[in-house]
Design a protein around this ligand. Structure first.
Ligand code: G3I
Length: 372
């Protein structure tokens, strides 16, 4: 009954039946759902520095946990072999601490947004295995060590398993084989023994990748290494992932004994052009791929809200194993999906719209749950 009710309410709201309400006037998501899981959001530099005042206001009102969308990534925080750039990451952590929020670190070892020097010697050739181990250890110890006791947990390794379940043939893998993953977890634990440690990936509903990640998690545990949770990025579209497949994967990760986190939730409202979240897979702009430059048609908005309602309700049902739900950005205008997989598009993938207003599905869920 509730779901049917949701659909009716969502449809009405999508038709603009509800008056515009500033997001900071709505009941706080962290108050309504905070007893189920951490209510988290990825924030950009302008929000952390409160340059985007409206975005920062939504973050402070609705969320109890934040993750840095970019400023803690290797290419941003360690741009040259002997130079770190701490200012933006420091500002992010200080924003969170100033506002009593939990801080999540993203991400230590990733093939993308990797500093260009990281894998190469002065001649441009891959460094030796020992050199790469030393560079990984130095990077992880410097970054995790700097925020020791201030960051709740780290995405230690990001996107290392492909859809077949095999290891991604990244530079890390080419030089160190699968050993780069346990080494990364070991170095992170050395640097902050209290920090939670996570593996994070996209397309985790795909059975091949799901089983490969389970195998990798079990291997880390067999080695006696700390891994607290598996991050399902949950970058979605209007026709993927399959709901049951997603739930099967969620259950498979929970069966390893790890917690599960929804780490980068968004849902493109545009026709699916690519299911990849591998940022290298970008296509050139085509007008046909940007069908809703001004606003979503009401039927598309109602369908989007209904799918979001179904997945959020799934997260709530599994809150015994899901301990964080993270939106990958504050408002639709902030989303990476406006530029991926096709640059220059207008997408509508997040919890708040370009007018900083909460999406109908979420208003409906808040109203349903706020008195429970
Ligand atoms: O910082 C530079 C700036 O100096 C420059 O002027 C500007 C214009 O080129 O680019 C800025 O860097 C951009 C960066 O975001 C910060 O805004 C990069 O070009 C852009 O590629 C980068 O995109 C990020 C993307 O990761 C790149 O991999 C997105 O914001 C971010 O949302 C996205 O997040 C990843 C997760 O970390 C891992 N999972 C997949 C997810 C989507 O790719």
């Amino acid at each position: 009954m509730k779901h049917t009710f949701s659909l009716l309410v969502i449809a009405a709201a999508s038709l603009g039946a509800s008056a515009a309400v500033p997001a900071t006037s709505e009941p706080a998501l962290k108050d309504v759902f905070g007893d189920k899981f951490r209510v988290a959001v990825a924030i950009n530099d302008a929000q952390a520095k409160e340059i985007d005042k409206e975005g920062a206001a939504i973050v402070k009102h609705h969320f109890n946990t934040v993750v840095a969308e970019n400023v803690m990534k290797c290419s941003e925080i360690h741009p040259e072999k002997n130079r770190y750039h701490w200012d933006d990451a420091d500002a992010f952590v200080e924003f969170a601490e100033r506002n009593g929020m939990t801080v999540i670190g993203h991400c230590l070892i990733w093939h993308s947004q990797l500093a260009p020097w990281f894998l190469y010697d002065d001649e441009g050739k891959y460094v030796s295995a020992d050199t790469l181990k030393a560079r990984m250890r130095d990077h992880i110890h410097a970054v995790v060590g700097r925020y020791k006791g201030r960051v709740k947990g780290w995405d230690v390794v990001n996107e290392a398993i492909v859809e077949s379940g095999k290891y991604r043939n990244s530079g890390f893998y080419k030089i160190l084989g699968e050993e780069f993953i346990p080494l990364a977890f070991q170095y992170a634990h050395e640097a902050d023994p209290e920090a939670e440690l996570y593996y994070n990936d996209y397309g985790m509903n795909v059975p091949g990748r799901r089983d490969g990640v389970v195998r990798m998690v079990q291997d880390l545990k067999r080695r006696g290494l700390r891994i607290d949770a598996v991050g399902m990025q949950a970058h979605m579209g209007m026709d993927y992932p399959d709901f049951r497949e997603f739930e099967d994967a969620l259950n498979a990760f929970a069966a390893t004994g790890c917690k599960v986190m929804i780490t980068e939730w968004d849902m493109s409202a545009l026709p699916t052009f690519s299911r990849s979240s591998n940022v290298g897979d970008v296509a050139a702009y085509q007008k046909a791929l940007n069908p809703y430059p001004d606003a979503l048609p009401e039927d598309v908005s109602a369908h989007w809200n209904s799918r979001m309602d179904a997945f959020f309700s799934l997260f709530l049902r599994h809150s015994d194993v899901i301990n964080r739900v993270t939106a990958w950005g504050v408002t639709d205008g902030n989303s990476w999906k406006n530029g991926f997989p096709v640059r220059g598009r207008h997408d509508y993938p997040l919890l708040f719209d370009r007018n900083y207003e909460m999406k109908p599905f979420l208003k409906n869920l808040v109203n349903y749950h706020k008195h429970k």
